[in-house]
Design a protein around this ligand. Structure first.
Ligand SMILES: Cc1cc2nc3c(=O)[nH]c(=O)nc-3n(C[C@H](O)[C@H](O)[C@H](O)COP(=O)(O)OP(=O)(O)OC[C@H]3O[C@@H](n4cnc5c(N)ncnc54)[C@H](O)[C@@H]3O)c2cc1C
Length: 254
């Protein structure tokens, strides 16, 4: 955490200097939140603050899109060169940034995915219809995988409902994230399997001139590669569950 926010003389605003990579939709956002070091010399998760920052600051905020393998750019690298944030736009008080960020991540990994699951059910329906259309459903292995996806979606729903209203279990949102990220990735793989050779992009799209014309299932497959990374990678979720929920020995710090 090297991005800093320094109080300006007069004390009504901060000046932010640093950079932030992988910021989803920064190119469309009017505001973003920035976790910045407000206590000089502080280390690790201490001395951080959670600042709401208006994006319309030409010359002080630069947004550089990152091209993805889908051919589109949904996320960006953002550079802050003396960007301003108002003091009253600190969430959770100065120095309280880590606590706010962890609550936010807990929400992203757990409760927020309740709504996402409506989309998951729709995507599963599309894959089932594609399996019926291609005849792949005649394969007992494909049928078993489809049924497994359906059953796991039900499990996810009940698990996510447990996290509503805040769970006392410190690992609950990490468990939820592990369930949906792997599930969604497997659904993308299954979508490609049921379509067989027709799953690839067409010859007209083989040039370097991305963005390719992707249909919903191709997009599902390619984007779902990121599911086990964003919001905190699967490996990190397992460490959180091991250390905070199961009380196993802490990971050695390098
Ligand atoms: C599509 C997408 C959208 C994103 N949107 C945003 C956004 O809007 N805002 C934002 O702030 N971030 C965003 N991110 C960033 C995301 O949160 C990080 O990419 C993610 O937390 C992983 O961190 P990293 O990229 O630094 O990987 P690294 O920490 O470099 O990890 C690389 C690999 O090493 C493993 N690893 C690292 N440390 C350990 C450890 N201690 N033990 C075991 N394994 C370990 C990881 O699990 C991973 O497999 C986005 C990422 C993606 C892919």
């Amino acid at each position: 955490m090297r991005t800093t926010a320094v109080r300006e003389p007069g004390g009504t605003s901060y000046r932010i200097t640093g950079q932030k990579i992988w910021t989803s939709l920064a190119h469309e956002a009017d505001w973003c939140f920035v976790l910045a070091r407000t206590e000089p010399g502080s280390r690790r998760h201490h001395g951080l603050s959670f600042l709401l920052v208006p994006m319309d600051q030409p010359g002080r905020i630069e947004v550089r899109p990152i091209r993805q393998m889908t051919g589109t750019s949904d996320f960006n690298e953002v550079f802050f060169d003396g960007a301003h944030a108002r003091v009253e736009h600190v969430v959770g008080g100065e120095g309280g940034g880590w606590r706010v960020a962890m609550s936010l991540l807990g929400f992203e990994r757990g409760v927020s995915t309740l709504a996402q699951q409506i989309g998951f059910a729709e995507e599963l329906g599309q894959v089932v219809r594609a399996a019926l259309a291609s005849g792949a459903v005649a394969d007992p292995v494909v049928r078993e995988r489809l049924v497994r996806q359906w059953a796991e979606l039900r499990t996810m729903r009940w698990n996510a409902l447990r996290t509503l209203g805040g769970s006392a279990d410190p690992g609950a949102s990490s468990v939820a994230k592990l369930l949906w990220s792997g599930w969604h990735q497997r659904l993308g793989e299954l979508a490609m399997q049921v379509r067989g050779a027709a799953a690839g992009v067409g010859p007209a799209d083989w040039s370097d001139s991305a963005p390719y014309e992707l249909d919903a299932m191709q997009h599902l497959f390619l984007f779902s590669r990121a599911d086990t990374i964003y919001g905190g990678s699967d490996q990190i979720q397992r460490t959180i569950i091991a250390e905070r929920a199961l009380g196993l020995p802490r990971e050695p710090k390098g």
